[in-house]
Design a protein around this ligand. Structure first.
Ligand SMILES: Nc1ncnc2c1ncn2[C@@H]1O[C@H](COP(=O)(O)OP(=O)(O)O)[C@@H](O)[C@H]1O
Ligand SMILES: [Mg+2]
Length: 257
């Protein structure tokens, strides 16, 4: 099976009033099918920028990104949107649902862009909502739902197209503890049962503990990736831990699992 996501030396800078802000300064990582990864780091360290690149919602200033083995840089915007639609689901902190549209139609929307027929769209959207425990809320609008329910609708929408990777940027950030726990329980189960790889950003150690691998980001670089089995405490070294596990034959990767 192809590596789900492979980033090589990704950089992204933003131009602000004539100044260049380097949000990502060279990030390399691989996400394998079925992994569960937490990205952790201080505010402003580049986590959302990285997630938007991994999710093909944005293009890097330089560097390479392969999605299921397909290099994205050569793709037109239309082809990139198609690749994203088929392989990646994205969940946002603030849900990003259509507030006056039913849960079922919100979830079915990605299939509209794919040209799936109406009956099949509705059947698949219903199954996706059932999978997040909302089979009894198909006709409810997000504006009539709790935050936890809205995030579950957003997860169903992200998964309705059966992507290989689910990316979630602080999915519990707007939820209280109980709703956050419920959302995490659903992500645990989806990862275990459907094998979808999950990459989530969080500030909360209890949320990060759900993942089997932690990636710490600081100042636009990876300072620790637990998949490497080393790198702790080496963030200040030139050529140190920010080098991701891109080439398993590299000299520093003896403990790569
Ligand atoms: N659209 C943008 N335009 C200008 N600067 C941005 C933009 N998005 C992010 N940044 C800057 O890039 C850096 C990283 O931001 P971000 O990826 O949102 O960090 P995080 O998600 O870790 O809080 C910050 O300095 C932020 O101000
Ligand atoms: Mg962010």
């Amino acid at each position: 099976m192809n590596t789900a996501l492979e980033a090589v030396d990704l950089k992204r800078s933003y131009q602000l009033e004539g100044l260049s802000v380097e949000a990502l300064r060279g990030v390399s990582l691989r996400i394998e099918p079925g992994e569960f990864v937490a990205i952790i780091g201080p505010s402003g360290s580049g986590k959302s920028t990285l997630m938007h690149l991994l999710g093909c919602l944005d293009r890097p200033t330089s560097g390479a990104l392969r999605v299921n083995g397909v290099e994205m840089s050569g793709l037109s915007d239309t082809s990139l949107a198609e690749l994203r639609n088929r392989t990646i689901g994205f969940v946002f902190q603030s849900f990003h649902l259509l507030g006056r549209t039913s849960a079922l139609d919100n979830v079915a929307l990605p299939l509209v862009y794919r040209g799936t027929g109406k009956a099949e769209r509705r059947a698949r959207a219903r199954r996706a909502l059932e999978a997040v425990g909302l089979g009894h809320r198909l006709d409810h609008r997000p504006s009539q739902m709790s935050g936890g329910e809205q995030q579950r609708v957003a997860i169903a929408r992200a998964l309705v197209g059966e992507p290989s990777v689910l990316l979630a940027d602080e999915p519990t950030g707007n939820l209280d503890t109980r709703n956050g726990d419920e959302v995490m329980a659903i992500l645990d189960r989806l990862n275990a049962e459907s094998g979808v790889a999950i990459v989530l950003v969080t500030h909360e150690p209890e949320v990060a503990a759900h993942a089997r691998r932690q990636i710490h980001v600081r100042d636009g670089l990876i300072e620790l990736d637990t998949a490497l089995g080393d790198g702790g405490g080496r963030s200040g070294e030139a050529g140190g831990s920010e080098v991701g596990p891109v080439d398993p034959r590299g000299p520093d990767e003896g403990e790569l699992r």
